[in-house]
Design a binder for this molecule. Structure first.
Ligand code: NAD
Ligand code: GLY
Length: 364
């Protein structure tokens, strides 16, 4: 069994540890108790994760002397809504949780984002422990403190920053992920490689199964942690580098409609479009685009936009996206793999051209 790794997110007064290991779910209770997070907690999870991984977490917390309340939500992006936020908060009040309690968000990015926001709002803020169970959540969403729900006008438009008390990523939980959910996480890993660690593409390509993931997950957590340390609240622009592939990807995801594309699948399409823009605007060598596309294809991630989703729907969604600043589009583009920059001179015509390229076969 691979040895557990720990990555520290070094933020003033809000620093925390991310534990990454195989079969470490049962450490959640002792860790929460050691940190004196509170005598009782609410575990937020979804129906899929409840069946697979909830019992171990409940038992671990109860054995550590912590009273547990469980809130099970439906799976899927639709759960990141005002209705479910309100429902969860009211359930917590009725269950007797108070300001001395804490939240455990057990699940993928949906539960992590919603659970984090519940913790940020309940009694004006109680601690949140993130226990991510998808690749996306382990390498990205559980670290960095962004919490959010969606509104009809766009994804993640309502939220708060709340850094977790600690994060516990058990790579064994990834064994039970369905194939699409497993693959979509690699879009975020490949994104990390493209912006910070191009050599990681070789590691990703060499992966044969779901064993021995501790080093890979920890390498990604470290990338995310360093970015968050540099720009916690996304004010200097460094954290915005994590949005590579997301400006167009988010718009495609929203325009396609709920349940059509997974987040990582949309990011994969967005990365192809933004690699094209990087070539045109920043001189990214075409070979670098091919290198990234080849890793995306290795995980069967989509890189060609299906017919049926027209440019106007995507552009209208982009116009509402928060990555617009003062009416100007803001893109993360690469001048080389590992060398991102914020670019504001991307015209509507450039975006239309990128969408046209995205409809062509990729040839990789
Ligand atoms: P998700 O939470 O919907 O999980 C995907 C599916 O896998 C769900 O059906 C879930 O029930 C199931 N599942 C979860 N763990 C499982 C397991 N171990 N075994 C079997 N099934 C399991 O989706 P996701 O891809 O984890 O996260 C996507 C969300 O994360 C989006 O809402 C996105 O906006 C958000 N996100 C947030 C950040 C951030 O910084 N806060 C970063 C990236 C993504
Ligand atoms: N996933 C983007 C961020 O955390 O900033």
């Amino acid at each position: 069994m691979a040895e557990e790794q720990r990555v520290t997110v070094g933020l003033p007064d809000r620093g925390y540890e991310v534990r990454i290991g195989e079969d470490i779910l049962r450490e959640v209770g002792p860790e929460a108790a050691a940190r004196r997070l509170g005598p009782h907690c609410a575990i937020l999870t979804d129906e899929n994760v409840e069946t697979l991984h909830l019992d171990v977490v409940v038992e671990s917390l109860q054995s550590a002397g912590i009273v547990t309340h469980v809130v099970v939500l439906p799976p899927g992006e639709g759960t990141k809504s005002f209705a479910h936020l309100e429902g969860a908060l009211r359930t917590l009040v009725r269950s007797g949780l108070d300001r001395h309690g804490f939240v455990v968000a057990l699940g993928g990015g949906v539960i992590g984002d919603l659970g984090g926001l519940v913790a940020a709002l309940f009694y004006r803020g109680i601690p949140c422990v993130q226990v991510p169970t998808t690749v996306v959540a382990q390498v990205d969403s559980s670290v960095g403190g962004k919490t959010a729900i969606d509104i009809p006008e766009g994804k993640n438009l309502v939220g708060a920053f709340l850094q977790p008390a600690f994060v516990l990523a058990d790579t064994r939980t990834l064994q039970t992920l369905p194939p699409r959910a497993w693959a979509e996480g690699f879009a975020e890993i490949i994104k990390h490689a493209a912006i910070r660690d191009p050599e990681m593409l070789d590691t990703v390509d060499a992966l044969e199964d779901r064993n021995d993931l501790v080093a890979l997950i920890a390498r990604n957590v470290a990338i995310k942690a360093r970015v968050v340390e540099e720009d916690e609240l996304e004010t200097s622009g460094v954290r915005a580098y994590l949005n590579f592939g997301h400006t167009i990807g988010h718009a495609i995801e929203t325009a396609a409609g709920e349940g059509t594309l997974l987040h990582g699948e949309a990011v994969s399409l967005g990365m192809r479009a933004e690699l094209f823009l990087s070539e045109r605007k920043c001189g990214l060598p075409a070979a670098s685009t091919t290198r990234v596309l080849s890793s995306l294809r290795r995980f069967d991630l989509p890189v060609v936009l299906e017919a049926g989703l027209d440019d106007e729907a995507i552009l209208a969604t982009m116009a509402r996206d928060k990555k617009f600043e003062g009416g100007q589009m803001r893109f993360v583009l690469l001048s080389a793999l590992g060398a991102p920059q914020i670019h504001r001179e991307v015209s509507l015509a450039d975006v239309r051209d990128a969408l046209a390229v995205l409809r062509e076969p990729c040839g990789v």
